[in-house]
Design a protein around this ligand. Structure first.
Ligand code: CP
Ligand code: NVA
Length: 301
């Protein structure tokens, strides 16, 4: 594994390896066992979009591993004034040991990896959010013991989260049903990949059907970063695509509810359901730290 650009690039064994290492690093952190496996290493973090979890967990993760992280705001870099991604990649490769990038186009993250000579980690693009989906798999496995055969139901926008969860679940032996309004389906590339898993994947526009017997219910915002101008029309299109008490009743009695955060309570999830499952949701947020430390060790050590 040279980069983490999208889960489509990873083998099931590589995903399981990251989950195992994340569990180990979490154990070491909780028990005060030193694990400074990246002493002297540096990570540049380019942010073209806002972030709370990704920024803080990568920065703290690098520190705990003995390295350091630099926050590089897209607006302050020359990239924001038109310097090419290819030149930026070649320059940053001379200073840093790795780059994390949060941006719009998946092609920008891929170009950074192509032109640079150091590992690149996708910290969210319009197409994929692999770090979050890996943290989600870690959280599910921790709570349920194993992933094989479990059913995750994703309700809402066929966005970066839906794309990454479909690939992540299918590669780890899970079943996944996505309920999305027709114009907001997941990406064609992901649906093409999922064709090989007809027995474990389905796409519907009925949240009720999708939620039936689910082990995990998952949702995300109706308008992702960069889509704010479509907020009003999306609010109409997504009516009914909400995790609420009625949807929860369709799922298994011990259903786990996850949300990548930030949440818009009253839209994609009710406050009641969110608060009843807040423990799981914040475990999920915590696991961003542990899984990203595993990604960093795997790519930079
Ligand atoms: N879930 C997630 O990526 O959160 P941030 O946007 O706060 O980084
Ligand atoms: N789909 C959301 C995820 C935020 C972590 C977005 O892209 O804004």
């Amino acid at each position: 594994m040279k980069h983490l650009l999208k889960l489509l690039d990873l083998s099931p064994e590589e995903i399981t390896g990251l989950l195992n290492l994340a569990d180990q690093l979490k154990y070491e952190r909780k028990h005060g066992i030193p694990h400074q496996r990246l002493t002297g290493k540096t990570l540049g973090m380019i942010f073209q979009k806002a972030s709370t979890r990704t920024r803080v967990s990568f920065e703290v993760g690098m520190f705990q591993l003995g390295g350091m992280a630099l926050f590089l705001s897209g607006g302050d870099l020359q990239i924001g004034r038109g310097e090419s991604v290819s030149d930026t990649a070649r320059v940053l490769s001379r200073y840093l040991d790795g780059i994390m990038i949060r941006t719009f186009g998946q092609d920008e993250a891929e170009a950074l990896a192509d032109y640079g000579s150091i590992p690149v980690i996708n910290g969210l693009t319009d197409m994929a959010h692999p770090c979050q989906a890996l943290a989600d798999l870690m959280t599910i496995r921790e709570a349920k013991g194993s992933l094989e055969g479990l059913k995750l139901c994703y309700i809402g926008d066929g966005n970066n989260m839906a794309n990454s969860l479909i690939v992540g679940c299918l590669k780890t032996g899970m079943r996944i049903t996505a309920a999305c309004p027709k114009p907001y389906a997941p990406s064609d590339t992901v649906l093409e990949f999922a064709k090989a898993y007809r027995d474990r994947f389905s796409l519907t526009d009925s949240p009720m059907l999708a939620a039936s017997d689910a082990d995990v219910l998952y949702t995300d915002v109706w308008a992702s970063m960069g889509m704010e101008s479509e907020k009003a029309e999306r609010a109409k299109a997504f009516q009914g695509y909400q995790i609420n008490a009625g949807i929860v009743r369709e799922a298994k009695p011990d259903v786990m509810i996850l949300h990548c955060l930030p949440a818009h309570k009253g839209e994609e999830i009710t406050s009641e359901v969110f608060e009843a499952h807040a423990g799981e949701i914040f475990d999920e947020a915590e696991n961003r730290l542990h899984i990203q430390k595993a990604i960093l060790v795997t790519l930079l050590e």
